[in-house]
Structure formats: structure tokens, C-alpha cells
Ligand binder design. Structure first.
Ligand code: NAP
Length: 308
């Protein structure tokens, strides 16, 4: 099934994304050796207990030695320091990639450390859950989801093709675009929804006239769907906000304008405007289901997914 094979894959960072990669790599037989490293002894020990890899390394530099593919899966704010640490042990011909949710910042942080002859191609699997850590991963996380690669203009086409084949090997579909465009697209489809969710859940928590127990008791009316996003990892999302600042601020400005339009329509009883917007947004939901990125089952398909 796999059209690509690596002698040794190093996974630096073994949380949700790193451990999902480990499961998928094993399930699809993409390598003979998975070398794992994580910052803390506790996470590394847990990865070993779970049998996620072939060898386990307290220092990232030992994991990447002799690897022909290295995937860095750490919070985006840590990518520069990780690149600096592993750089001396990267051999020519190695493909180095990452999974960070922002791309311009990761490239700016990592690229200066990369030795000549090493193929650095940044990437981002657009797949995830609100859970973190090595126990959270599963082999099918990337199935039917998109991975975006953001190769630099001088990237080696063979290396890009090999990395593309790797992501296809773990179940993903692959698209290429430049890093700045990636960051704009993600600002609207991922970063803004999370920020809105953090904000609405924070507002509900701060309310004085509605109690917290009421918010929880009646949450099935809509609030609950925001809480899944707002339960996402605080470190990861702090870093995303700090490292995609410009694109997020641009989208937030646009969002605020549109919210003011909505606010005005509600204030002035302009039902037609509300109805028109709500009809257009419903069509987007249908397109997402048609594209296979969610199910049409009620309750956001969650019960259907849980029963699988
Ligand atoms: P996670 O489950 O929290 O795991 C994070 C991993 O990075 C752990 O191995 C952790 O090590 C390590 N780490 C944390 N801080 C570090 C630091 N300062 N220096 C070095 N290593 C550090 O995170 P994740 O969800 O897998 O996310 C990893 C990356 O994937 C992030 O860049 C994120 O933007 C991206 N991503 C996430 C999702 C998602 O839905 N979660 C989706 C797509 C992409 P210890 O546990 O040993 O401290």
C-alpha cells in the first residue's frame, strides 16, 4: 500500500500529533525504525509504555542521527530552539518537516539553523482534536484530512514529492501553498473559530446574572459546541495567537465589522438581513458535509462518530 519507505523516521515531540503519526506510520509500514524524543522524561516514558516507537531518546539530537525523515511536532513557539538543537546531527539528504499550525513564523525560526543539503519543508496537517499528549493519538487522525505543505521556492522537488508521499501514506490528502497564504487561510478556518470559542466561553464564565450551573445545564442549546474548541491546549493556542498575529488581527477586524452589521440588524429589527445571512451560512455547512469533512448526522455527527 505504501509507495514510500524511510529507513529511520525521527519524531520530535510525541503529543497528539506526534503519537498519531507514530500509530499511522506503524499501521502503514512506512519505516523500519521510529526514533522518538520528547522534552520531558514523563512523556517519553509514556510513549515507551504505549510502544509508539522503536527507540526513545532524552535528547532530540540523538533521535535524529541517521534519520532520513524528521518530523517536529512541538508548540510553534518552540520550533526554533528544537531546530537549533538537532541541526548538528542532521545528515545531507534528510527531509526535515514540522506540523505547526502557523507556517511563516515556523519557517523564520527554523530555516536559519538548517545545514546545507538538508531538505527543510514545513507542513501542517489540518486534523486534530481538543486532546493532547501521547495517549491522545490514533492511527486514523489524518484519514481523509488535508495536509498543507509550504515548501520554499528553492525546495528540492524530489524531496517535496517524497514528503507528499509520506503524508499520503499516513492517510492524508496533500496541498501545497506558500506560507503566508497558509497563515491567512488558517486564520479564518481555524484560529478565529478558536479565539471566538475561547471568548464566548470566557464571557459565559464571567456572567453574573446567569450562573455557571445554568450555563452547563442548558449547554446543549449551542454553547456546548463552542466548549470543544475552547478546551484545546492552552500552550498550543497561546503560541498560535502569538505566531500568526498579523493574519489573526486582520481576520478579527473583518469579523468585528461583520458582527457590528449583525448587531445593527438585530437592533433595527431587520429580519430580512438576518434571514439572508443565516441562509447563506447554512449552505456552507452543506458544502462541508458534501466535501466529506463532517457528517450530516444531527448533533454535529458526534454520536455517530462515537459509535464507530
Ligand atoms: P501536545 O499533544 O501538547 O504535545 C506537544 C509535544 O511537544 C510534547 O511532546 C511536548 O513534550 C513537546 N513540547 C511542549 N513544549 C515544548 C518545548 N517548549 N520545547 C520542546 N518540546 C516541547 O501538542 P500537539 O497537539 O501534538 O501539537 C503539536 C504541534 O502540532 C503544534 O505545533 C500544533 O500547532 C500542531 N497541530 C496541532 C493540532 C491539534 O489539533 N492539536 C492540529 C494540527 C497541528 P513534553 O510533553 O515532553 O513536555
Amino acid at each position: 500500500m505504501a509507495s514510500v519507505h524511510f529507513n529511520r523516521i525521527a519524531l520530535i515531540g510525541i503529543g497528539l500529533i506526534g503519537s498519531s503519526l507514530a500509530h499511522a506510520i506503524k499501521a502503514r509500514g512506512l519505516t523500519d525504525h521510529v526514533a522518538i524524543s520528547s522534552r520531558s522524561a514523563a512523556t517519553l516514558a509514556r510513549a515507551e509504555e504505549l510502544g509508539l516507537g522503536t527507540s526513545y531518546h532524552a535528547n532530540a539530537i540523538d533521535a535524529v542521527r541517521d534519520a532520513d525523515l524528521v518530523i517536529v511536532s512541538v508548540p510553534v513557539g518552540a520550533s526554533g530552539a528544537v531546530a537549533a538543537e538537532i541541526a548538528p546531527a542532521l545528515k545531507p539528504g534528510t527531509i526535515l518537516s514540522d506540523v505547526g499550525s502557523t507556517k511563516t513564523s515556523v519557517i523564520t525560526q527554523m530555516a536559519p539553523h538548517i545545514p546545507d543539503g538538508v531538505h527543510f519543508i514545513a507542513g501542517h496537517p489540518v486534523a486534530g482534536t481538543e486532546h493532547s499528549g501521547p495517549d491522545a493519538g490514533f492511527a486514523t487522525l489524518f484519514d481523509g484530512r488535508w495536509t498543507i505543505l509550504t515548501p520554499l521556492p528553492d525546495a528540492d522537488p524530489d524531496a517535496v514529492a517524497k514528503l507528499r508521499a509520506f503524508w499520503e501514506g499516513v492517510g492524508s490528502m496533500v496541498e501545497e501553498m506558500d506560507a503566508a497564504h497558509h497563515d491567512k487561510v488558517m486564520a479564518i478556518v481555524s484560529h478565529l473559530p478558536h479565539i471566538i470559542a475561547y471568548n464566548i466561553v470566557g464571557t459565559a464564565e464571567d456572567l453574573e446574572t446567569v450562573t455557571e450551573s445554568e450555563v452547563i445545564k442548558y449547554s446543549a442549546s449551542g454553547f456546548r459546541d463552542f466548549t470543544r474548541l475552547a478546551a484545546s491546549d492552552p500552550t498550543m493556542w497561546r503560541d498560535v495567537c502569538l505566531h500568526n498575529k498579523d493574519a489573526i488581527l486582520e481576520m478579527l477586524a473583518r469579523f468585528s465589522e461583520d458582527l457590528a452589521y449583525l448587531q445593527r440588524a438585530i437592533r433595527w429589527g431587520e429580519g430580512d438581513k438576518l434571514f439572508d445571512l443565516f441562509t447563506r451560512t447554512r449552505a456552507i455547512r452543506r458544502s462541508i458535509v458534501q466535501a466529506g469533512q463532517d457528517t450530516a448526522a444531527p448533533d454535529f455527527g458526534r454520536h455517530a462518530l462515537e459509535q464507530k
